[in-house]
Design a protein around this ligand. Structure first.
Ligand SMILES: Cc1ncc(COP(=O)(O)O)c(C=O)c1O
Length: 460
């Protein structure tokens, strides 16, 4: 396993370093240009107002020379951090040869398929590449499930995030994304996830996952539930945008058993929680189950190159040729970088490192939960951690303004975090898996002090 010293060489020294309170003048000018010329839906630049100039390992430099500790890695995309030399070399070598082939094969393509197949459970024999983004993989997975089962329905979970396009938006829950954009793809039903902190069943919190699984079983079993038998259930083994919710392994075990009993396919969306982030190569491995279809994207592009894929069982391989085509089904730079990234992850046991550092960071942040009047719960697994902020620990009233303030204060002090959760009240931590312990703990100190300051400022 790679050691701290080697990891430190991937990032810039001296982080965090704030020379000018962000956004400084250079960043402001670029942000202003963006505001005047790009679409009004631009999002991340509002919460983290900065213009990026450089990215190395778990550090980012803005246009004014400020150096940040990156605790978000571009929503989990940059799992191996910025400009990883080994991945960069693979990408450069590929760019010089060829970069686009539709789905016409090449050794580069074969290389990624082979590498992925070597990591996935052996039951998932087939890989299919979607368009360039995660939503495309979800579209493919849903289409494959519906085609095979000759049913239209899909069951997803409350708090789910699966994407922004047609069917992927329809299985995403956030009304902020869904409302006012016309009719969504029909046939989708939602059931409760195992969100024990906001347990919807009134049962002991540690039994929330059992009740949630039973709920799904009831919906599928009861002919009067109002839900026709679906083609598939789609689930994130660890919910990301929904507020970093990591149920116990038996939850997914029960969902797998129930879907099998009802002849419904199980799609595990590993776009955020997959590829090492939770301490295993795939988050469903914590439950020792094998899904029918798995979606992948984000970290699969090695250095943020666009790519998405699904992996599935042999018996589902029934789509006739041309039934699912598209121009961008093979960004060869992404394929080369992805293969190099996966090989590096295996060789250096990056998932193992994510597990070890994740445990330490979770314990560090749990201290913060114990000390703070407004940290309702710190949770997560591996390097996928969340801090749920509340106005009051007894009422658990969510504190979205406070979360936004913490993001701003942390940014000003040189740490990049994002918010998510059902009420936009959860600080989400998705650092590059190559972050050093030293940087991760510095970031934790800064986040804790930002929480303290936001609380004092009374922005509840
Ligand atoms: C679990 C999950 N599925 C799907 C998506 C959609 O991916 P993309 O934004 O690349 O379309 C995301 C994005 O955050 C995600 O977290």
């Amino acid at each position: 396993m790679i050691d701290e010293k080697q990891l430190a060489e991937l990032s810039l020294p001296g982080a965090p370093r704030i020379l000018t309170e962000p956004p400084g003048p250079q960043s402001r000018a670029i942000l202003e240009y963006q505001a005047q010329n790009e679409g009004s839906a631009v999002s991340y630049a509002r919460g983290l107002p900065m213009a990026v100039a450089r990215s190395r390992g778990a550090t980012q430099v803005d246009a004014d020379g400020n150096i940040y500790i990156d605790m978000f890695s571009g929503a989990g995309v940059m799992a191996l951090g910025g400009a990883h030399p080994e991945i960069l070399a693979a990408a450069h070598a590929q760019i010089d040869e060829f970069t686009h082939t539709l789905d016409i094969p090449s050794q580069t393509r074969e290389g990624l398929v082979e590498t992925l197949k070597g990591l996935l459970p052996r039951e998932l024999t087939r890989i299919f590449f979607g368009g360039p983004t995660g939503s495309d993989a979800v579209e493919q997975a849903l289409k494959l499930a519906k085609w095979n089962k000759k049913r239209n329905g899909i069951i997803a979970f409350e708090g789910a995030y699966h994407g922004m396009t047609g069917a992927s938006l329809a299985v995403t829950t956030d009304s902020g994304h869904r409302d006012g954009v016309g009719e969504l793809v029909p046939g989708v039903s939602f059931v409760p996830y195992a969100y024990s902190y906001r347990n919807p069943f009134g049962c002991p919190p540690e039994e929330t996952d059992l009740y949630a699984a039973r709920w799904l079983d009831r919906v599928l079993r009861d002919s009067h539930s109002g839900v026709s038998k679906p083609a598939a259930v789609i689930i994130e083994a660890v919910q990301g945008e929904g507020g970093t919710i990591a149920p116990p392994p038996r939850f997914l075990q029960n969902i797998r058993r129930i879907t099998q009993e009802h002849d419904v396919l199980l799609i595990c969306d590993e776009i955020q929680c997959g590829l090492g982030r939770t301490g295993r190569m795939f988050a469903f491995e914590h439950s020792q189950i094998v899904p029918d279809i798995v979606t992948l994207s984000k970290a699969l592009g090695g250095l943020g190159f666009p790519i998405s894929a699904i992996a599935y069982r042999e018996e589902l391989n029934t789509l006739p040729p041309g039934k699912s085509i598209g121009t961008f089904r093979g960004n060869m730079t992404a394929f080369a970088a992805g293969k190099a990234a996966l090989e590096y992850m295996v060789r250096e046991d990056i998932p193992g490192r994510a597990a070890l550092l994740g445990e330490k960071l979770l314990a560090r942040l749990k201290d913060c939960e114990a000390r703070s009047a407004i940290v309702g719960e710190v949770r997560g697994i591996g390097l996928m951690l969340g801090i749920e902020l509340v106005k009051d620990k007894t009422t658990k009233e969510p504190a979205p303004a406070l979360a936004a303030k913490v993001r701003t204060l942390a940014h000003r002090r040189g740490v990049l975090v994002e918010v998510g959760g059902h009420f936009n009240h959860v600080i989400r931590l998705l650092p590059p898996l190559v972050i050093t312990e030293e940087l991760a703990f510095k970031a934790a100190d800064i986040i804790e002090s930002a929480i303290g300051e936001a609380e004092k400022a009374g922005c509840l």
